[in-house]
Structure formats: structure tokens, C-alpha cells
Design a binder for this molecule. Structure first.
Ligand code: SF4
Length: 252
């Protein structure tokens, strides 16, 4: 995981990276203190991708810095049953070494099995409806369980990732549950710079040119110049392009 890895070669920080980092830390610090004071809980949604390991590392650092009697944040992962071996390996390492509590949510097994039996293993590639149905069973429904009892969540969304994410804000209060997107203005180079300089364990898929981490059947490596999320559901038409989200970040 040194600076000679494929990931290390792209680790070029913005000129104002120090300022961006300070803003990100301020957003997270305020969220943590606010939740601790009011006895509320917040949770980080982690796909075990580069942005998410940065946020987890920032939370761990703030946990040590703030010394709160009861730390109000934890991390959750949606184990869809279709994750890459590299992602599962990083999950196991994170659970074993993190100072934060981790929660893992799986789909309702009967529903997942029934879907595959009825529609086939690769049904998600047959139509947008079937893909969304699979995402609903394996991601959206478990997400609802993961967020139950939490007044806010933290994501690794960045505005640079896609046109659909261009208007993401660092603190989004447009829904009942506040969503913190503390890396909103970070570039890919900023994210990788943080990982390399802080020696943060990261997903081995990034060294195989997977910038966005998802399910194994629905994610491929990208080529130079391709969009960050081009490797997600790549077979879908331009119409599906605007829907390159699994439903986790679609507003109600
Ligand atoms: S990303 Fe693919 S495999 Fe994963 S839940 Fe969505 S359709 Fe299913």
C-alpha cells in the first residue's frame, strides 16, 4: 500500500487541501458534539471504498481527540451478498482493528433467494426494473434497518463523482434525517492523498482501477478519462445513466 501502488500514483492533493481537510473536520466535529450533547446517534454508511475509509479514519481520530463519554457515531456496511472478496477482506480487517463499532446488514434471505430463483443470477442486467428490484432487496430495505433509531448519517458522496451528485451539500437537512457529506468538495486526488499520507488501509480494488466500489456483478474497472461511476451498471443506456444510483441516495 505504498506510494508506488496504482492508487498512490493518483494521490495528488488540491492546492487548498489543508483548508478542505479543516472544513471536513469541523463539520464532523460539530456533528459529533451536537449529537453527544443531545444524546442522539449518527452513523456512517460505508461501502469500504476510498472515501469511506477516509471518513472512518477521521471519525476514529476525532473520537480520540474529543474524548466524549459516549461516542455518538458508529459505522454500518450493507453486505449485499454480492460484494467482492477484496471488499469482504477489508470489512474483516476494519471490524478487527477499528476503534468504532461496526454494524453489518444483510438482505432478507428469503427475498434474495426468491428473486434469484425467479429472475436468474444476472437478472439485474436484463432491465432497469430488475436491477432496481435487486438493489431494493439487497440495499434499500437493509438501509432502512441500518438507519432506524439514528437521527443522522454520514456518506462519502463527492460532487465530482457524477453529474447527479453535482449539487450535493456538506450538510443536507432537506429530509427528516440529516445527511452529512463531509467530503463533498474533495477531489479524487485529495481522497487518495489522505489515504497515502495517513497510511489508511484501503480496498485492493482501487489498485485494479475500480474507483467506485459496489457489488461484484455490477461493477467493473474504468479506463483513463471515464467518469468515476462509469464502472457501475455499465450496460445501462443513457437513459439509465441519470439513475446510476442504487436508491440509497435518492430523495423521497
Ligand atoms: S448493485 Fe447489482 S447486485 Fe448489488 S444490489 Fe444492485 S443490482 Fe443487485
Amino acid at each position: 500500500m505504498g506510494s508506488l501502488s496504482a492508487l498512490g500514483l493518483q494521490a495528488n492533493a488540491s492546492k487548498n487541501f489543508a483548508e478542505k481537510l479543516a472544513n471536513t473536520q469541523a463539520v464532523l466535529r460539530h456533528a459529533l458534539q451536537d449529537h453527544a450533547l443531545s444524546n442522539r446517534k449518527l452513523t456512517q454508511a460505508s461501502s469500504l471504498g476510498a472515501e469511506d475509509v477516509v471518513i472512518t479514519h477521521l471519525l476514529e481520530t476525532l473520537k480520540a481527540e474529543l474524548g466524549l463519554a459516549a461516542f455518538p457515531a458508529d459505522v454500518f456496511v450493507l453486505n449485499t451478498g454480492k460484494l467482492h472478496a477484496e471488499t469482504l477482506a477489508l470489512l474483516a480487517l476494519s471490524e478487527a482493528t477499528s476503534t468504532l463499532a461496526w454494524r453489518v446488514f444483510e438482505p432478507v434471505q428469503e427475498q434474495a433467494i426468491h428473486f434469484v430463483k425467479t429472475n436468474g443470477e444476472l437478472a439485474m442486467r436484463e432491465s432497469l426494473d430488475l436491477r432496481k428490484a435487486c438493489c431494493h432487496i439487497r440495499k434499500v430495505e437493509p438501509l432502512g434497518r441500518a438507519l432506524m433509531g439514528y437521527s443522522a448519517w454520514i456518506t462519502g458522496m463527492r460532487s465530482e463523482q457524477s453529474a447527479a451528485r453535482a449539487d450535493v451539500h456538506a450538510v443536507d437537512t432537506s429530509e427528516a434525517r440529516t445527511k452529512y457529506n463531509p467530503l463533498v468538495d474533495w477531489t479524487w486526488g485529495d481522497v487518495l492523498h489522505y489515504i497515502v499520507t495517513n497510511n489508511v488501509p484501503y480496498n485492493a480494488l482501487h489498485d485494479k482501477f475500480y474507483p467506485s466500489i459496489g457489488c461484484e456483478p455490477c461493477t467493473r474497472a474504468v479506463s483513463l478519462g471515464e467518469d468515476f461511476r462509469a464502472g457501475r451498471w455499465w450496460w445501462e443506456s443513457k437513459e439509465g445513466e441519470s439513475a446510476k444510483e442504487c436508491g440509497l441516495h435518492v430523495k423521497a
